[in-house]
Design a binder for this molecule. Structure first.
Ligand SMILES: [Zn+2]
Length: 325
């Protein structure tokens, strides 16, 4: 099963102004039984989004998905992999982001360019469909998949639903993406905050019931009261602003101090994140070998070669058809 608690040893460090990008900072607010992570992405998300020439709204959505994947994937053990995938009827009909432990992040989006150009960026991008989180970890690469319905609620709310349904852990997530002007031009930045209520006693993790759905009208839903510590934790976490999550001059430590200093926050070892793709010439050659000679013949371009572009990192590679004969 998944274990989304920080894997790192508890090391209390003084709150510093160390403002390094592309890392995940796990933390705890012990008086509130809170565990969480802050992720700040700079060069990594700029590279992932820069590898594609997506319109800004699509890039922004993929950036959000990258932050969420980094928040969730960084809890995996060293040999694990987490994949976030959406399939929907929205303008962005597919998003895929992979986190390969300990630090690799990659992703791409598929979208309807014509419709997007027609309706503009205010249109609902994700639409209706589903979001799947697939986690593989351990020696036998045990596989776990959690799926939540997408109904126009966006990635943050979908993440809350995932934790409610699949993990039964009260969880609050915030995601932010921004394009900022630097000396080198426009750069993408992204950040996220995730907090989870993990008291010693499971009974305190009670969550109010979801609306009864298909139940007949008038069905009574028992009123469930959330734990006071979790109510306070959510209220504090919810004060985080988008600009704080993407501000390059505000370190993760200072941000946590701003949010939780009244209760005392303890931080753990940071984990790095980098843009990295698993593709290689050899892997693609193996993929091409799995086609029949006739299928491969159809792939040969005007220059007599088979050209393949990696959908994740846009690396283009060419193969001579004779390599496979
Ligand atoms: Zn690639």
């Amino acid at each position: 099963m998944t274990d989304l608690k920080p894997q790192t040893a508890a090391v209390t460090r003084p709150v510093s102004d160390e403002g390094r990008d592309d890392r995940v900072l796990p933390f705890a607010v012990e008086p509130l039984d809170l565990r969480g992570r802050v992720v700040r992405l700079g060069a990594s998300v700029d590279r992932i989004l820069g590898q594609h020439d997506y319109p800004a709204p699509v890039a922004r959505l993929l950036g959000e998905a990258a932050v969420l994947t980094a928040l969730l994937g960084s809890a995996l053990k060293f040999d694990g992999r987490l994949q976030l995938q959406t399939r929907s009827d929205g303008l962005v009909n597919m998003l895929v982001v992979d986190f390969d432990a300990p630090d690799g992040l990659r992703g791409f989006a598929r979208f309807d360019a014509e419709r997007l150009a027609e309706v503009g960026p205010t249109a609902e991008l994700l639409g209706k469909g589903h979001l799947a989180l697939t986690i593989e970890q351990g020696n036998e690469m045990s596989r776990y998949q959690g799926i939540v319905a997408l109904e126009g609620q966006g990635l943050e709310a979908a993440a809350h639903q995932y934790f409610r349904q699949s993990e039964q852990i009260p969880t609050f997530v915030r995601l932010a993406v921004a394009e900022s002007l630097t000396g080198a031009g426009m750069e993408w930045r992204a950040g996220g905050l995730m907090v989870q209520f993990l008291p010693a006693s499971r009974e305190r993790q009670v969550m109010p019931d979801l609306p009864p759905g298909d139940a007949p009208e008038g069905t009574l839903v028992p009123e469930m009261k959330e734990d006071d510590a979790w109510v306070e934790a959510k209220a504090l976490a919810a004060t985080v602003e988008d600009h704080e999550l993407v501000d390059p001059t505000l370190s993760s430590e200072r941000l946590l101090y701003r949010l939780f200093h009244e209760r005392g926050v303890k931080v753990f070892e940071t984990q790095n994140v980098r843009a990295s793709c698993r593709c290689s010439r050899e892997r693609i050659a193996n993929m091409l070998k799995s086609f029949t000679p006739d299928e491969r013949k159809d792939m040969v371009g005007d220059n007599g070669k088979i050209g393949v572009t990696c959908e994740f990192c846009s690396t283009f590679r060419e193969f001579e058809p004779v390599e496979f004969d």
